[in-house]
Design a protein around this ligand. Structure first.
Ligand code: IPM
Ligand code: MG
Length: 370
């Protein structure tokens, strides 16, 4: 089966890591038809284009999107984040930000299921909320900030029942398909929120409690975000699937990346019912661009997620097998300790790592189909 994939190499190290990803997909025998999109900070600098509506329309007919990294130091902060990354998430209703964490020897294997279209990020694109956010609300006589005066800026944080339900249900679905937490093999979903303080989180927690009753075979528990960050670092092997709201998930997953060796390892899938966009969590890191030294494993982990998602969505067993094989090849590579980049204590180049994983993928593939 051929998959039609939109490729956004983007800026900085984006194109460098995408090249390794495509190499590994090719080695894994998955056929792609790729369509390239020149978007990101460099494009914006050239002609002011961020993300045309026609491009989004075109994307609706693709099977998935694969993004390297976007952003250049010359572009004012927010232009690309809001105009490209967040716009994609909203426009294609990619309501889950799936972030896996694994370590081959430390018994870490959990997935964070971060809400991706509501919460503190919601107001950035929705017009009515924008009016409030951008307005000088302190001059609005209707607004009562109870004692706060002078210039005020604020971000509404809407959390809906429907948005929480679909996210939490997906978290339980993932838990059903996994092998449980490394510590005790128990399938477990942990709700991470701040429901001792915020109303949005109270609704999120209420919905979590309701949905958990639909899944009596899966253990459920809840934690407040502040205490959770400590437990995640101290006892990562306890966790299996974590569901959380948008900004908490953003922060907790950067912290979580240190458990698996840093941002050079961290993958993500922005997933909705119809569309999926896969990207390493790291940014464009302009100072490393073109030097061939960055770790491509974050993007390869994202490729693994993309093939898993395509395989499930399109009933393609070969894509599912390729996804498993890539995962094993990466684990074997890490266990071998050979051909690792500087961030993992090695001296290998970006393409050395890619080539080495390609070799492992070919060998595993031959074994699989023999
Ligand atoms: C991420 C990033 C984005 C986010 C930014 C760049 C908009 O930090 O993907 O985690 O906050 O979601
Ligand atoms: Mg982030």
């Amino acid at each position: 089966m051929t998959h039609r994939i939109g490729i956004i190499g983007g800026d900085g190290i984006g194109p460098d890591v995408i090249a390794e990803g495509l190499k590994v997909i090719g080695a894994a025998g998955v056929e792609l038809e790729t369509v390239g999109y020149d978007l990101g900070g460099a494009r914006y600098g050239r002609d002011g284009t961020v993300l045309p509506d026609e491009t989004i329309e075109e994307w609706r007919s693709l099977d998935a999107l694969y993004l390297g990294a976007v952003g250049t130091p010359e572009v004012p902060p927010g232009v690309i984040e809001r105009g490209l990354l967040l716009k994609m998430r909203f426009a294609l209703d990619l309501y889950v930000n799936l972030r896996p964490f694994a370590h081959p020897t430390d018994g870490i294997d959990f997935r964070v299921v971060r809400e991706n279209t509501e919460g503190l990020y919601h107001s950035l694109l929705r017009r009515s909320a924008n009016r409030l956010m951008n307005g000088r609300v302190s001059e609005d006589p209707e607004m009562d900030f109870d004692g706060i005066s002078g210039e005020v800026a604020w971000d509404p944080r809407p959390i809906s029942r429907a948005g929480s339900e679909r996210l939490v249900r997906l978290g339980f679905d993932y838990a059903q398909r996994r092998n449980g937490a490394p510590k005790d093999g128990i399938s477990r979903v942990t709700c991470v929120d701040k429901s001792n303080v915020t109303r949005g989180c109270q609704l999120f927690r209420k919905v979590f409690n309701e949905i958990s009753e639909e899944f009596p075979d899966i253990a459920n528990e809840a934690a407040f975000i502040d205490a959770f960050t400590m437990w995640m670092i101290r006892n990562p092997e306890w966790f299996d699937v974590i569901v959380t709201t948008n900004m908490f998930g953003d922060i907790a997953t950067d912290l979580g990346s240190v458990l698996q060796g840093g941002m050079g390892m961290a993958a993500s899938g922005n997933i909705g019912d119809e569309h999926g966009l896969f990207e390493p969590v790291h940014g464009s890191s302009p100072k490393h661009a073109g030097k061939g030294i960055v770790n491509p494993i974050a993007t390869l982990n994202s490729v693994q997620l993309m093939l898993e998602w395509l395989g499930m969505k399109r009933d393609d067993d070969d894509a599912l097998a390729a996804s498993d094989i890539i995962e094993r090849a990466i684990t074997d590579q890490l266990l071998s300790g050979d051909d690792l980049t500087y961030d993992l204590g090695g001296t290998a180049s970006t393409s050395d790592v890619g080539d080495s994983i390609v070799g492992r993928v070919r060998a595993l593939l031959a074994e699989h189909y023999s």
